[in-house]
Design a protein around this ligand. Structure first.
Ligand SMILES: *Cc1c(COP(=O)(O)O)cnc(C)c1O
Length: 370
């Protein structure tokens, strides 16, 4: 389908990356399992010679993600494989990278454990700002909405400021997904994400990708992946592509559920710091409304203590205690148990696709029981 976005989100989700119809062939061809492929003894390797550099199932998934993001995509074994690929292809000794102070924790630990030793200086800014001058910065990584705090930053304004200072911009698009916002349209050089979360949404695979319109960056990211080998397997790539077809439907229900859950939680005096960027009095609301095409199904709250979170999760019948987010099943994660620097009672709730009334009733009853 066309990259110009002339179709609606549902149509784009269903048709993304599908081959042209061919009588007798399935809509989405099954996974091609191959390490080596047959070679032409005379001419040698064509496009498919070995599974690490290329695989037709993976190419179709990349075409799909590329259509949704509005760029060329490369799929990785996980979000972390994709984020670290972006950092390692762009950054060189002596460079400075600006990272979100409140973003995905494994990116900050990678900066401390690996980038620092390579002579790359990491500076930090909170997603909601204030941002320092970008002078002397090689790469600005934004994460919006941030995980787990759900703060939002203005990608277009920050990309323009970075460009003026000669810095590249990468946006972690995990929480929003390409149906929530298109960072490349907003001026970012790279959109990078975990496909483990809402993009694929069934809690059964890990995936990552980086998308860009810059041929040089694409080439360097592709070379990095070929040489370091962080590729998704054919079955996961196929499963991910199959799952993309329902992205619009899943996000719509998740977002509607989050809206209802956020309103119900905000009305309670025993729940603090309710954050959902779609609530009109949320600090993220103004920028999110302007920048995003839909608000994710994540709500974060503070229940005061680890014990109260545990009691809530035990009392709930529909909220699974689990990390990750964006899946069909509502789940919640007390981030501090992973060593995140969030308060002990901080809980990130990921709304699934259950019936809204059932979910609100279950969460309300579980809180009443604590
Ligand atoms: C989960 C996540 C990642 C890492 O993705 P994996 O697929 O778990 O490796 C990166 N960024 C954000 C914002 C995430 O939520």
């Amino acid at each position: 389908m066309s990259r110009d976005g002339s179709y609606g989100d549902g149509t784009r989700s269903v048709h993304a990356g599908l081959p042209a119809p061919e009588p007798g062939q399935p809509f989405l061809p099954g996974p091609v399992f191959a390490a080596p492929y047959h070679l032409d003894p005379t001419t040698g390797p064509g496009r498919d010679g070995y599974g690490r550099p290329d695989n037709p199932t993976r190419r179709r998934l990349e075409a799909a993600i590329g259509e949704l993001e509005g760029g060329d995509a490369r799929a990785f074994a996980s979000g972390q494989a994709a984020v670290t690929a972006v950092l390692m292809t762009v950054l060189r000794p002596g460079d400075t990278v600006l990272l979100p102070a409140d973003g995905y924790y494994a990116v900050r630990s990678f900066a401390a454990s690996t980038l620092d030793g390579l002579g790359v200086r990491a500076a930090y800014a909170p997603t909601a700002g204030p941002y320092p001058s970008f002078d002397g910065v090689r790469l600005v990584l934004l994460e919006t909405p941030s995980n787990p705090g759900l703060d939002v930053c203005d990608v277009a304004a920050l990309s323009a400021a970075a460009k003026a200072a000669g810095a590249l911009v990468a946006v972690d698009n995990t929480t929003a997904t390409p149906l929530g916002q298109r960072p490349l349209d907003l001026g970012a050089d790279i959109s990078v994400a975990s496909g483990t979360k809402a993009l694929t949404g069934h809690s059964d695979l890990l995936l990552g990708y980086a998308a860009t319109r810059d041929a040089t960056l694409l080439e360097r990211i592709t070379t990095w992946r070929n040489q370091t080998g962080g590729i998704p397997g054919a079955f996961d790539a196929w499963l991910a592509h199959r799952s993309l077809a329902t992205l619009d439907l899943r996000l719509a229900r998740q977002s509607a559920n989050a809206a209802a859950v956020a309103v119900a939680l905000a009305a309670r005096s025993d729940v603090e710091r309710v954050r959902w960027p779609g609530l009109p009095d949320d600090p993220s609301y103004v920028v999110a409304e302007r920048q995003m095409r839909r608000i994710p199904g994540l709500v974060s709250i503070d229940l005061g203590s680890a014990e109260r979170v545990a009691a809530f999760l035990k009392a709930s019948k529909l909220v699974f205690a689990a990390t990750s987010f964006g899946g069909l099943h509502t789940s919640a994660d007390r981030r501090a148990q992973w060593g995140d620097d969030t308060p002990p009672g901080f809980l990130r709730i990921s709304c699934g696709i259950e019936d809204t009334a059932d979910l609100v009733a279950d969460i309300t009853a579980a809180l009443d029981a604590t």
